[in-house]
Design a protein around this ligand. Structure first.
Ligand code: TGC
Ligand code: FAD
Length: 386
């Protein structure tokens, strides 16, 4: 199938090892994930048993060093996200939450004991992690969170509710952010802790091949050793978001590429008025505009990846990348759907599934409006959130 990223020869910007990682991930998805995707999506099912296979593939926490993690460069991690999301945003989401939110929070802010206990199992996919920041009444504005952690002797008691938590119902360990009298702190809450329960969120029209839950903490007693000792203030969870948002800005390119590839193939095969619909100028205009937007998004992703590898990427640059690439990917997915006509609304084809998924991607990890304001603040020096 034609690769629309060949238009600007995007692969020539990648090293040999990066390309090898990308094609290994793509092959795994073609064998193990793509054939069953329509069924999983239709049945709102995430195949939990695939986690150890993703661990073996090396994509869980792949950009982290040590503790069973692969320690790859940023672009390699991005390319894995790109291929995962070309299959389905739900799989990129699983890998983002496991590696960039759960594992990263432990890797960066955890004690040595916490790292030894959790990271090797999470990297292998033998354990699953989740990250609870959002609450029913505090999404874009996590600083207002109501979840509280109060000291009782050496222990901590946690009360509160977290909402829309990816992997929440299947997680063995939850990174939970809570307000204390010294500001926001992070805690590791293992599944089965008394007072801690999860409730699957059903009836989703987006990210159906992904599991999302509410976390309920009712007088959860944790030992002092459950607190992430190096996490202080809202900056700690926000720094984890930078990692996941970086994966998303690559992932969005993958979803868009898959849509455009599907539309190009369909346009060749579908005959109307005695000729392939890709021979019509109006269709070619759609293809050309989408290919430009897609290649630009890929260039932006790789540029930001190189900045990250040099250790000089800034949060507002990640916001700019997430804002642009998700917005463009959603527009491409919708436009590709039109090329497929009525077939475009069927699960037999990927564009509408991607478009529905991208509605979540546009919202989670900071909404498009929040990232607009982050860029606005970088340009003007004036924060306009409140
Ligand atoms: P503000 O006063 O600006 O900042 C508080 C402290 O945090 C620091 N900071 C950052 N640090 C690292 N990275 C960033 N991106 C940071 N942004 C801010 C800041 O320097 C400050 O540090 P200090 O030391 O001075 O205390 O905070 P604010 O309350 O005004 O909020 C700013 C705002 C709106 C940008 C922030 O709250 C925000 O990003 N809101 C969006 C929330 C969000 O993205 N939630 C995502 C939840 S997780 C999720 O969606 C997972 S989906 C997973 C999947 O399935 O893929
Ligand atoms: P709100 O914050 O209520 O925003 C509603 C609307 O108001 C948006 O359009 C928003 O942009 C706009 N708005 C808000 N404030 C402003 C402002 N200052 N200026 C202009 N416009 C504004 N969270 C987690 O912690 N962990 C997870 O694993 C996780 N997984 C998720 C999975 C899915 C499928 C989804 C859909 C969400 C997930 N989330 C997760 C939650 C996600 O991060 C939040 O939905 C997101 O941060 C937005 O919060 P909200 O939904 O409460 O919307």
């Amino acid at each position: 199938m034609k690769d629309p990223l060949d238009l600007l020869d995007i692969p020539s910007l990648l090293g040999e090892e990066e390309r090898a990682i990308q094609s290994t991930v793509a092959r795994f998805l073609a064998d193990r994930v793509r054939p069953a995707l329509p069924e999983w999506y239709e049945n709102a099912h995430f195949p939990r048993e695939i986690a150890p296979e993703l661990g073996k593939l090396g994509v869980l926490g792949m950009h982290l060093e040590g503790y069973g993690c692969a320690g790859t460069d940023a672009v390699s991690y991005g390319l894995a996200c790109l291929e995962l999301e070309a299959a389905d945003s739900g799989f990129r989401s699983f890998v983002s939450v496991q590696g960039s939110l759960s594992m990263y929070s432990i890797h960066r802010y955890g004690s040595e004991e916490q790292k030894q206990e959790w990271l090797p199992r999470l990297a292998a996919g033998e354990a699953i992690g989740c990250f609870g920041l959002t609450e029913p009444d505090f999404g874009s504005d996590p600083a207002g969170m109501r979840t509280r952690a109060v000291r009782d002797g050496e222990d901590w008691i946690l009360d509160g509710t977290k909402m829309w938590i990816t992997n929440g119902a299947i997680a063995d360990v939850a990174t939970v952010w809570a307000a204390t009298e010294d500001g926001i702190r992070g805690f590791l809450v293992p599944r089965g802790t008394p007072g801690f329960r999860t409730q699957e969120i059903t009836r989703k029209l987006s990210l159906r091949a992904s599991t999302t839950a509410e976390l309920i903490l009712d007088g959860v007693r944790l030992p002092a050793s459950a607190r992430l000792p190096h996490a202080r203030g809202l900056g700690a969870p926000l720094s984890c978001l930078n990692e996941a948002r970086f994966g998303i800005l690559f992932g969005a390119v993958g979803a868009a590429r898959d849509c455009l590839q599907t539309a190009l193939a369909y346009g060749d095969a579908r005959i109307q008025f005695d000729r392939p619909i890709s021979g019509f100028q109006l269709t070619q205009r759609k293809f050309a505009d989408m290919a430009l937007a897609l290649n630009n998004a890929a260039l932006l992703a790789i540029h930001l990846g190189r900045l990250k590898e040099q250790g000089r990427i800034r949060p507002e640059q990640i916001s700019a990348g997430k804002l642009n690439n998700v917005r463009e990917a959603l527009a491409i997915a919708r436009e590709c759907r039109t090329v497929l006509g009525a077939n475009g609304i069927s699960l037999e084809y990927s564009p509408l599934r991607h478009a529905n998924n991208l509605e979540s991607v546009l919202t989670y990890e900071g909404t498009a409006e929040i990232h607009t304001l982050v860029v606005g603040q970088a340009l003007t020096g004036i924060p306009a959130y409140r």
